[in-house]
Ligand binder design. Structure first.
Ligand SMILES: [Mg+2]
Ligand SMILES: [Zn+2]
Length: 377
């Protein structure tokens, strides 16, 4: 499993979960998991909603700005806004206030009687933050909070995004065969400060021991648009079958309520753990704008590589015009197999390589040696 496959799996998981959940939004918990899977398979096209659009906006901004730039993110939210994607009421209100000239810092605090929103709008779009900063937990939590505050200023709205980010981070860092649900839940508990989340996350262990009953899950964990009624629910759905996308996501949809967001957050967790290869190809084929979604994920992966490697040429330390190159072209798409070079150092290293090797050898091998020598220096 490569790091790039995890980036693709997570962002495609967001979009696919959202798109299969969307047609079921607001339904009561009366459908079985099997019936849901069957109904999804009968859908001709899978159209995503605001969850995916805002995730793509945030990811694109993080890549374009090489990190979190609140004004750029807000601009992208405004440019992409399309009521047909069924944006949440408070998010729509906040975006309208900003469009009318209110500073976003004020706008996100003005809604919900001045307390800010605790809807799940910040949690549903958090995947790009978890991906970009999964190597640096403190930074990830800081940006998770800051990116939430753009539209969801209530502590419960922010904490929902922080919990989903911590959950995604654990899944990104873990191989599917090593995944331990107890370890996963204890990692999540470390970021919880609010009682409602503590109580619900604590109850998941017990719920997993019982047969899956949509009515009980709705009662105990919730299935609504509030962050505390959807983030713990998505975590539960993921844990019912962490490596089986169709099963976990179908359970999320079978609960009814805010199906697109809960299925999207569930799908993101499965995709983060298993990577793209385990996502159902038959569903992906029907997903709207699949190529664009994959391009956004790929670009975020390269931004991650550059972030980890320090945004500078590893030879001359220049920050101008740097690009990530694979050390071993046949090797995996992991940060360890990349080097950042400016155009001049790339050219020079290629010329040196020609001189140094009388007979042709693999470029990658030379660069790996060269890089090691440089790092020692
Ligand atoms: Mg939605
Ligand atoms: Zn250089």
């Amino acid at each position: 499993m490569t790091s790039l496959e995890k980036f693709l799996g997570t962002i495609l998981g967001v979009a696919l979960g959202d798109a299969v959940g969307a047609p079921f939004e607001g339904t009561p918990a009366s459908l079985s998991k099997e019936l849901v899977t069957e109904k999804i398979e009968n859908l001709q096209t899978l159209t995503y909603t605001d969850d995916t659009q805002m995730t793509l906006d945030l990811a694109s901004s993080l890549s374009a700005r090489s990190g979190f730039d609140p004004n750029d993110v807000v601009q992208r939210f405004l440019t992409s806004y399309n009521p047909a994607r069924r944006y949440g009421q408070t998010t729509s209100t906040v975006l309208q206030l900003i469009k009318d000239g209110t500073d976003w810092i004020q706008a996100s605090k003005q809604v919900m009687n001045g307390e800010g929103s605790y809807g799940n709008g910040a949690a549903m779009r958090i995947a790009p933050v978890a991906l970009l900063y999964h190597h640096d937990k403190e930074k990830m939590l800081e940006i998770a909070k800051a990116s939430s505050e753009l539209t969801h200023a209530h502590p419960l709205g922010i904490e929902g995004a922080i919990i989903q980010a911590a959950a995604l981070r654990f899944a990104i860092l873990t191989s599917p065969t090593d995944f331990d649900p107890a370890e996963f839940l204890s990692e999540i508990k470390q970021v919880i400060t609010q009682e409602v989340y503590a109580q619900k996350i604590n109850s998941i262990h017990q719920l997993l021991e019982e047969p899956i009953d949509p009515v009980t899950i709705r009662e105990r964990l919730g299935c609504g648009g509030e962050a505390f009624n959807s983030v713990p629910t998505a975590i539960y759905c993921f844990l019912t079958d962490p490596t089986d996308f169709i099963s976990s996501v179908s359970i999320a949809v079978s609960l009814g309520g805010d199906t697109d967001t809960i299925a999207s957050m569930t799908g993101a967790l499965v995709g983060a753990l298993t990577g793209k290869p385990a996502l159902p190809e038959a569903w992906l084929e029907k997903l709207e704008n699949r190529e664009t979604i994959e391009r956004v994920a790929q670009s975020l992966f390269f931004t991650h590589v550059k972030t980890v490697l320090g945004h500078r040429c590893e030879m001359c330390l220049s920050q101008e015009g740097i690009k990530a190159y694979k050390i071993d072209p046949a090797g995996p798409d992991n940060v360890d197999n990349y080097i950042l070079l400016c155009a001049r150092c790339k050219r020079e290293s290629e010329e040196e390589e020609k001189e140094f090797f009388a007979k042709p050898r693999k470029h990658g091998k030379y660069r790996a040696v060269y890089r090691k020598a440089h790092r020692r220096a």
